[in-house]
Design a binder for this molecule. Sequence first.
Ligand code: NDP
Ligand code: HSE
Length: 437
Amino acid sequence: MSGDEPIKVALLGCGTVGTEVVRLLTDQAGDLTARVGAPVELTGIAVRRPNKHREVPEELLTTDAVALVDSDVDVVVEVIGGIEPARTLLLRALRAGKSVVTANKALLAEHSAELSEAADASGADLYFEAAVAGAIPLLRPLRESLAGDRITRVMGIVNGTTNFILSAMDSTGAGYSETLEEASRLGYAEADPTADVDGYDAASKAAILASLAFHTRVTASDVHREGISAVSAADIAAAKGLGRTVKLLAICERVTDTAQDGSTTESVAVRVHPAMIPRSHPLAGVGGAFNAVFVEADAAGEMMFYGQGAGGAPTASAVLGDLVAVARNRVVSGRGPRESAYAALPVRPMGQTPTRYHLSLDVADRAGVLAQVAAVFAEHDVSIAAVRQQGRVDDASLVIVTHAAPEAALRSTVDKIGGLPVVREVVSVMRVEGEEQ
Ligand code: NDP
Ligand code: HSE
């Protein structure tokens, strides 16, 4: 391709993100030409309702996304969202050798294998920086900058809506439902907030992060997922009392088991759930709708990536970064990194994944109660890290934090403790992250 020939781009979708992609492509046309080494020309925009899009040139709009993908374009940028028709359109583009830039985490978390295989077969690029943590450059560091290191853990706040709600609950002491209503009123939560509050959005992002970090195909269905709707004002208060705060975390870990003969086996554990973290942890200070991801690697040590995880302009920034990268590759007839899934590590079931629990109990305040509770922990081989008891008139509040133990053992311990006659109420159960095991 010569430097005078334009890189022709088809845009699929022109909503919150797509509108900003068009604006950046227009406003920065001169700079983009200089950075790519060829002009970048937007040749068409596929939407459902063209009459709604007064902000973009009318002659570019079409409702025929298939025809646009099949037209003479070099790159297809997809910001429609959802599985279909995005999947079919992108497979069609990749199979025809057209490079793809997408922000579609739901699609990638389910279908990245077939998309990557289509890209490999035709030699096209598949870039998706905007799919996780909006504007924050995170996937390229995992895929390229850290490709020579061994990543052990990726832990982060990757959903802005839930972080806004949990931050507000922490600062006001209000309950979940009223805070969600406030988040909707302020425009932070969508009309249907299910994907965010039930953890589906974060689980898709966790699957993408784990796949890149551990060179292993991980899909959304491999991710243990819990949302924030069960987080109560009591949980938040219990966390505060212990110098902690509650965050919805996406946690991707490399877990190494050592057998009696000293041999080791590795697996990956990927989960999304609310957890208490110390107020001194770097993720604890991430408030409002911001995202932040903490990465640990053998040689590099600890790193944190922080910034705006959503919104039209921030997400479009990541899309444009990818567009420049794939356009440059086209100009030099090259290709960016392929999918790397060679490690193919097994995904560990949640029941076998080591975690730590915090428990807050209302118990009868009499001799032998602590011993009965401690006996249940011992029976399940769960080691206690800390206990705090506060007596009242005829009952007591008992707070217990465990060492790391398999999730299944912790869950059975809590179930059995809840059934002890001396336990009046299990007030709060929450996993603990971000501190020594
Ligand atoms: P919007 O709902 O705002 O926009 C979707 C666009 O796709 C609309 O222009 C819509 O057309 C168009 N569209 C829908 N179905 C079709 C179809 N069948 N054929 C052609 N066009 C279609 O979504 P967002 O911009 O918010 O999100 C886009 C993608 O970016 C999603 O994958 C999302 O997960 C991801 N993303 C979004 C972020 C954000 O902050 N919004 C952050 C990070 C990622 P019409 O307008 O005519 O209805
Ligand atoms: N709904 C998502 C969030 C948008 O709240 O973070 C970004 O993917």
